[in-house]
Design a protein around this ligand. Structure first.
Ligand SMILES: [Zn+2]
Length: 293
């Protein structure tokens, strides 16, 4: 499965505190992700309201950043992720390739969050969405327990950087955490280890004593609090930042503890730009959440 990143520019976004559900929608029309983004901006929203947009050809596009509160289902945006399918399923029939892509995306999200439900928009709102022909049972029935994540297209050619990140991450977290394969692929193991890197660095810098378990939930969030690292600082959190950037295919040097100087600043600024973060060169909660997802 691939998620295609898009350089959409958003207005204000707010981080979502919990994620326990997924809602599916249809677009009631065709077109690319940029066209919905523009449509939602014109409605006065911060940008596309859905987190993912699955096209008829099976391409999965990122919409609103995954960590942000979406705008797709009234009353439930604060705890759910929205997936929109291209098409009008009041009249269209969905192709197998689009069905499978949505199933894979749901499987992937289930590996990342404690998802308790997957629902149709119409289950909670007075709407026809996602349309009477939307093959909901089939899509949910085909969700596999494990989905292989292929490297993102924009990480292609960066296997060596991700591999270097995996090597450093294996070393950084210490011997109590089992090593993962240093294969250069950003799959579920790599993402989990990335969270462990962050948890370990928080323990070293903030003495918070949290579990290094690869699940960034309530205790980790509370321990993170309003901490951040910025230019000029020397911390283990800077080392974590360097490793997490490498795990996303961004090359920078590594030191332990890390020093936040010009070379890191340049790479991190590029990352913040590409991932629609505030380009302030301050690595706070939103930046780290983006890096571990
Ligand atoms: Zn809907």
């Amino acid at each position: 499965m691939n998620i295609i990143e898009n350089n959409l520019k958003f207005k204000t976004l707010t981080k979502r505190e919990s994620t326990d559900g997924i809602f599916v929608h249809h677009r009631v029309g065709d077109g690319d992700v940029e066209s919905i983004h523009q449509q939602h901006l014109k409605q006065g929203w911060s940008g596309i309201g859905y987190h993912f947009y699955v096209r008829k050809n099976g391409e999965i596009h990122r919409g609103r950043p995954e960590w942000a509160i979406g705008a797709h289902v009234s009353g439930h945006n604060y705890h759910t992720i929205g997936i929109c399918a291209e098409g009008n399923f009041e009249t269209d029939q969905m192709s197998d390739v689009q069905k499978n892509a949505i199933s894979d995306l749901i499987a992937y999200l289930k590996t990342k969050y404690s998802i308790k439900f997957v629902k149709k928009h119409s289950d909670v709102s007075k709407t026809a969405c996602p349309g009477k022909n939307y093959p909901f049972d089939e899509i949910v029935g085909n969700v596999k327990s494990n989905v292989e994540i292929k490297p993102l297209p924009n990480i292609n050619g960066k296997l060596e950087i991700v591999r270097e990140g995996q090597k450093l991450a294996n070393r950084f977290v210490g011997e109590d955490i089992p090593d993962i394969a240093e294969d250069g692929l950003r799959g579920p193991d790599t993402m989990k280890l990335g969270i462990e890197v962050l948890q370990h660095a928080m323990n070293l810098d903030y003495h918070v004593g949290i579990a290094v378990d690869g699940y960034f939930e309530a205790k980790s969030k509370a321990a993170f609090g309003h901490h951040y690292v910025q230019y000029g600082e020397t911390q283990y959190m800077v080392s974590a930042l360097e490793i997490l950037l490498k795990l996303k295919g961004y090359d920078c040097k590594f030191e332990c503890p890390g020093v936040f100087w010009n070379d890191l600043k340049k790479v991190f600024a590029q990352y913040q730009h590409n991932y629609q973060l505030t380009e302030d060169c301050v690595a706070g909660y939103c930046s780290f959440m983006s890096l571990i997802h």
